[in-house]
Write a protein that binds this ligand. Sequence first.
Ligand SMILES: Cc1ncc(C[n+]2csc(CCOP(=O)(O)OP(=O)(O)O)c2C)c(N)n1
Ligand code: SF4
Length: 316
Amino acid sequence: MEKYAIYVPRLVKKEENFAPGHRACIGCGEALAIRQAFKALDNNVIVVNATGCAEIFSSQLPLTSWQLPWIHTLFENTAAVASGIEAAYKAMRRKGAQLPENTKVVAIGGDGGTSDIGLQALSGALERGHDFTYICFDNEAYMNTGVQRSSSTPFGASTTTSPAGKNSIGQFSWKKNMPAIAAAHNIPYVATATHGYPFDLMAKVAKAVATKGPAYVHILSVCPTGWRSPTDTINRQSRLAVQTGVFPLFEVENGVYKMSVDMPVLRPVTDYLKGQGRFRHLTEDTIALIQQRVELEYRKILENVKHGSKAAKTQG
Ligand SMILES: Cc1ncc(C[n+]2csc(CCOP(=O)(O)OP(=O)(O)O)c2C)c(N)n1
Ligand code: SF4
């Protein structure tokens, strides 16, 4: 062991806030991402959990995986409940209640709960400036109720409500850009992450929670069940999403974009698409269209990074 300069298990603490023994499918990327996210935090956290896979597989009474105070919420009101807890803590402290100073509120939801049904409450909470973190675990569909498309489902993916067939390529609209929507609220911290880059993910979640004011972290979480991909390839898929530019890793700190993992040359999107049954039906033409779109969106982020560094230099 001595010959290794870095022994990875020593870089992370052993304590888990999210215990094993939950009911997620084999190889669930969302369960792994949740474990990583909460390992990055101490135990002074209150978790607010929207309906979705994460809630169902972690909280089947009388069992629970949560080693933290945890509250169930609906899709619609997750961010509102998180705001209420944060505001109540402040008010109680103001009235002299003996409460710990550093309790953090972290709300979590799937992509359906975040980009569709809970978006209005989330937008309100970000706009009001509550001191909390919202994490979207994005498995790109409503997986818990049977792999139904969401507005976060990528173009061309076959799901039960966007099935590919003779007359359909599957999902026909482009994935909603939730990190950009969060950033448009001018909040102090927005980041993207995925479990295939665990240290990047943990650092971003820790930073988000330490940020004063609202923070938003969007985590791509591979779902072998819905993506129809082998259960032992979740981290490969997660890394391919980044290496092909399909899911760029970046941070937006006070409006300034910063690339976390820059890819000087992007791998072709087929490297990512071919490992997933949900894209099996795509023709070369459709793949070329996806390639074009991925490059366009990637360039937009690089442009934001370029302008951001210029602005930071001018201010500095
Ligand atoms: C308003 C409302 N509509 C539908 C449901 C049924 N439902 C429960 S979980 C779920 C899917 C959740 O999808 P997502 O938020 O993407 O999380 P995932 O299960 O994919 O992790 C649905 C549709 C519900 N609970 N409430
Ligand atoms: S359906 Fe997907 S996200 Fe849900 S528990 Fe199974 S692998 Fe995880």
